[in-house]
Design a protein around this ligand. Structure first.
Ligand SMILES: [Fe+2]
Length: 613
């Protein structure tokens, strides 16, 4: 038996993961427990959760693996500083993680932290360090359903690498190519996130969401001035325009001059067509780079499979294009593609690479269990929480609950849907989700403004039964983690149910794209989650029931939180968010709660409760 604890911390999105004899048992991000979005501190609560979930103590863990090598990172920070000295000192001292500044002997530092969980944890030699991009690559390949694959990792920066290509075969991963800091696709995208007035490391999604509203007018300027892109997808940035290596901002005055406008101040300036065009331009450049990288890989290696991880792999629009335009037949992306997933990758890398254990190669499905790897709560625990919160609730059996909720969605009610194990990764996949009717014209605006308290342009994603995917979207593969974008079919031909077949005398109904406006982006694209009964039966059953009633096998699915708030973790978080927003109904396992039956004194102002993200 070998239990491995993987830890990612002190950069962005701290997390812990537990791997037992090579099996992924649990994983969670610290922010869900601490309620601090993107919490980068030591993940005390996440570690407590994975231990408790397996009913073990830390001293019963065989190996602890940290997701990156602090000395390599220190070296990168130091060399960057020296290369630009004295210009970069301020940023050098600011960007160096506090723990690294204070405790260069990080192994001892980590050991002391770990002891807080269990004083009997007394073997410092159980602590190991993986490399940042190796952890990403391992998180992408080992849980994938492929026996061999090209592995592409893309992010802002780890130690030195920002982009890597590796080849995975059986239990081995070999790193083949690397692009080093400061040349970084992640940081290039972040520079534009910063320039359009969004927050770096979390606002990248907004840039991607904004892109379809603009024209890629500035693409040529970016390719001519900012980046030297080679045919094989390798690139170098022109550092004349960027400030991140030495300063405290992403871009500089020359950058502003190049595009003719200053960095947008989100408190004072609204988004204009200019920002949408900028977003469209950087999105298009990103897609071009990723496609070039991927096509050159397809030429170099004899495999049909591609695995991806790293923050840039969350760019689902680019991923959809890879699938459509590259020679790779299959693509698998780690759902926790950002640094949180490094905890899982580090643990898996240790099991397979360091300890030399073989992988199961017979599986057609991946090993992520739908990414439902976080905590769950049973009905007794939930009832206890609801009672202590003075909530008014009813309990229903499974069948009645599904029937009732499906009907309420049809009646255009917005639902907080809390059940099963919490998702690992940034997307809510039907365990901690807000769900609604995609056929409603008003739903997108209403959910954005009244429930999520965020910009009205933000699109929503559809959850669709896997078997109905091809009737509605131009996609024909699993997308369980909402990481692929595809177009809604031009003309939808929806098979009729038996009753309607008799009634109307036809087998298929022709309807237009506009029939599911709440999940269709302006360019007719949608970020798709395919729902599978093997991984989330209750959610599957709900959508199936909704289909029975309405003919539509799709629900709007957005994460259960408001702007700036980490996704809810416990029933208490869910109830508070429910009361603080205009959600109509809350479902926690078998309990159903209606807003209009609750004590209005329990309403909290959620609109201004969280810092903007
Ligand atoms: Fe990373």
């Amino acid at each position: 038996m070998s239990r491995i604890l993987g830890i990612s911390a002190f950069y962005h999105d701290s997390a812990a993961a537990l791997v037992d004899d090579g099996k992924i048992i649990s994983a969670a991000q610290e922010e869900r427990f601490s309620r601090k979005k993107h919490d980068a501190d030591y993940p005390f609560n996440a570690i407590e959760f994975v231990l408790e979930n397996s009913k073990i103590k830390l001293s019963e863990i065989d190996h602890v693996v940290f997701f990156e090598k602090p000395f390599l990172k220190f070296e990168r920070l130091l060399e960057t500083y020296l290369a630009f000295a004295p210009k970069g000192f301020k940023s050098f001292s600011m960007s160096m993680p506090i723990w690294l500044r204070e405790k260069l002997f990080q192994k001892n530092f980590l050991f002391e932290k770990l002891k807080q969980h269990d004083e009997n944890f007394n073997d410092i030699n159980k602590i190991y360090f993986s490399e940042h991009h190796y952890s990403h690559a391992a998180s992408a390949f080992y849980p994938s359903p492929f026996n061999d694959a090209v592995i592409l990792t893309l992010d802002g920066v780890g130690e030195w690498a920002t982009t890597t290509v590796a080849i995975g075969k059986g239990n081995d991963i070999k790193m083949l190519k690397e692009i080093h800091f400061p040349h970084s696709l992640g940081l290039l995208y972040s520079a534009f996130t910063y320039y359009t007035g969004f927050k770096v490391n979390s606002g990248e999604y907004k840039v991607m969401g904004l892109a379809p509203y603009g024209n890629a007018k500035y693409k040529d300027i970016i390719l001519k001035e900012l980046i030297d892109l080679k045919e094989d997808g390798s690139f170098r940035l022109n550092m004349k325009y960027f400030n991140y290596a030495t300063g405290l901002t992403m871009t500089n005055k020359k950058f502003e001059k190049l595009f003719g406008q200053k960095v947008r101040n989100p408190d004072k300036e609204l988004l204009t067509q200019f920002h949408m065009d900028i977003a469209a331009s950087i999105q298009s450049v990103t897609e071009e780079i990723v496609l070039k990288l991927v096509s050159s890989l397809a030429n170099d290696f004899n495999t049909e499979n591609l695995c991806m991880a790293g923050g840039v792999a969350l760019n689902c629009v680019a991923n959809g294009k890879i699938l459509k335009n590259s020679r790779f037949k299959n693509i698998w992306i780690q759902p926790a593609a950002g640094d949180a997933g490094g905890s899982l990758g580090a643990a898996l890398a240790f099991w397979h690479k360091e300890l030399g254990n073989k992988r199961k190669s017979d599986s057609a499905k991946d090993e992520m269990k739908g990414s439902y790897l976080g905590p769950s709560f049973n009905n007794d625990q939930i009832e206890k929480s609801l009672k202590s919160l003075n909530a008014v609730y009813k309990k229903k059996n499974d069948e009645d609950l599904i029937e009732c909720v499906a009907n309420e969605i049809k009646n255009k009610k917005t639902i907080g849907w809390f059940q099963g194990r919490m998702e690992f990764g940034p997307r809510a996949l039907g365990s901690r989700s807000i769900i609604a009717d995609p056929r409603s014209e008003k739903m997108q605006k209403e959910l954005n403004l009244k429930v999520k308290f965020r910009e009205s342009f933000r699109p929503f994603a559809p959850s669709i039964l896997r078997e109905d995917l091809q009737d509605w979207f131009e996609l024909n593969c699993d997308s369980p983690y909402m990481l692929l974008v595809s177009n809604v079919k031009r003309k939808l031909q929806i098979p009729m149910n038996t009753k309607d077949k008799q009634l109307f005398g036809i087998d298929k109904l022709n309807i237009k794209r506009s029939s599911i406006p709440a999940i269709t982006h302006v360019d007719y694209s949608a970020r798709i989650q395919t729902v599978h009964k093997e991984t989330n039966l209750r959610y599957y059953n709900l959508i199936k029931k909704f289909k029975e009633i309405t003919g539509c096998p799709i629900l709007v699915n957005t994460s259960f939180n408001v702007r700036g708030e980490p996704i809810v973790c416990t029933a208490e978080d869910a109830f508070k968010c429910f009361m603080g927003t205009n959600l109509d109904i809350l479902v926690c396992e078998n309990f159903i709660l209606y807003k209009n039956e609750q004590n209005s004194n329990l309403i909290e102002d959620y609109k201004n409760k969280f810092h903007l993200d």
